[in-house]
Design a protein around this ligand. Sequence first.
Ligand code: NDP
Length: 455
Amino acid sequence: MALTKTQQAHADAYLRRFMAGLKRRNPGQPEFHQAVHEFARDIVPFLEDKKDYKDAHILDRMTEPDRVIVFRVCWVDDDNNVRVNRGTRVQFNNSIGPYKGGLRFHKNVNISILKFLGFEQVFKNSLTTLPMGGAKGGANFNPHGKSDQEVMRFCQAFMTELVRHIGPDTDIPAGDIGVGAREVSYLFGQYKRLRNEFTGTMTGKGLSFGGSLIRTEATGYGCVYFAREMLATRGEEIRGKTCLVSGSGNVAHYTAEKLIQLGGKVVTMSDSSGFIHDKDGIDEEKLAWIGELKTKRRGRIAEYAEKWGADYHEGKRPWGVAGDLVFPCATQNELEEEDAKTLVGNGCMLVSEGANMPSTIEAINVFLDHKVLFGPAKAANAGGVAVSGLEQSQNAMRLSWSREEVDAQLLDIMRKIHQSCVDHGREGDYVNYVKGANIAGFIKVGDAMLAYGVL
Ligand code: NDP
């Protein structure tokens, strides 16, 4: 329902006060401020005529994590030096289920980034229709250039402390940037040893020890399924479209794989050093080569250009290349206002966010103003955590579902998330998926919080 002028003015003033208070209480946390602002600018007007939520201060309570656990992680490197890192787990909100969210190992990890990720996770998990609360964690540990033995020692030291805060009904971590199959295995192995129990307390596990088929592919596949649903609202399809993908890690890889399977032409991928532009398109053979490069040899994307005769742009992102469909799948704030203007100018019709918060608020505004189909991360990349939820279900039942079964459930969940966004985000003949995802995510968590009373 559209607000009256008075209600809109009231909501604007409230949003300014609310954000000023949040910034005062959480100084030096720009990513967290950004994530909350992106959410609150939809939720505050929505709350204008919702007395129950307002009287119970649900928005204030939602933006304060349940708890933040910070701990020292000591380990010894291959040269016998003692190394010290900081581990963190942000348990943000468990109103609708046990805490659930990934672990990130990256040199830039800090409390602002983990709080933004934990906050987003609450609403993403709510959208999946599965009973999962939101959390995020990690460490300022840089796995690049470390030996397998060093990564193992770090993971074991990290889990030795984290173990006391997690469990199958409490908090179930998973992977994220810098935490792939290798790290999840080391972490789960140490958990199992310390607890002397085999439960589904981590997801993203190997297939021989409780992992789910399709989990590895789920975030990327889900991101493309979501894009396909958005395109269908305009009678369009992926086949024949030129696609820009950023990143070359887990999410980027399986986004590109599904796009290729559905007839899209993927022309870019990247890493933190630069991007490659392959005008002929990255096919399955070339993508398999990238997978080997990144997960086995742990090399740089620049090598692709030499091997396959493509262009390489050092220190740049792919957004200057003309493309129909855009999939930012590397990291936060990798797509800014000027990039968005360039993309729109080049005729881009859709953006589906594989990474978390890859677009700045200013970039999102450009896409919404130009009525680009814009799938925000908390909806478009929810497939990963959804299949993590399915992994938990399989672990609890002590059985494994087939690839086809899990993929069908993933597709069904992505369709339901899309429908929720349409239901809550329709603005005339345009669907504002950002607003739709925020409101749909909010309602489920908010209703649970209301039901519990003041907690
Ligand atoms: P990976 O570690 O597998 O890959 C990350 C990719 O992003 C790499 O190509 C990496 O390049 C690049 N990258 C990292 N930091 C930067 C940077 N500062 N600038 C440019 N590129 C960078 O991580 P994932 O694929 O798992 O995660 C990617 C994104 O997707 C993250 O935002 C994550 O939170 C989100 N996500 C992941 C899910 C999952 O299931 N894995 C689920 C939902 C969201 P390099 O190799 O040089 O570091």
